[in-house]
Design a protein. Structure first.
Length: 86
């Protein structure tokens, strides 16, 4: 599903917040997102689950889309992309 720049503008700070958490805390965080952000739960869940080699291409494509939509993807998001590449 293609997302708009506005949707990525919402996803970026949410990812920054989630990427600083361990797996258990991420699951809890995702489950307790405010109702106003509930529509983002599936996308966030999929993004946060990307961890195998086959999914790496999708992760790289997502990184490019995030960078195009935001002039300054926060350091935490960029660091997570680098961590998952190793």
């Amino acid at each position: 599903m293609k997302r708009s720049a506005a949707q990525y503008a919402v996803l970026c700070p949410l990812l920054d917040e989630a990427l600083g958490l361990d797996d258990a805390a991420r699951a809890q965080w995702l489950a307790t997102l405010p109702e106003a952000l509930a529509s983002y739960r599936p996308a966030l869940g999929r993004i946060l689950q990307i961890d195998d080699t086959v999914s790496l291409r999708r992760l790289n494509a997502l990184e490019l889309r995030l960078r195009r939509c935001s002039h300054d993807v926060n350091v935490l998001v960029t660091a997570e992309f680098e961590r998952r590449r190793r």
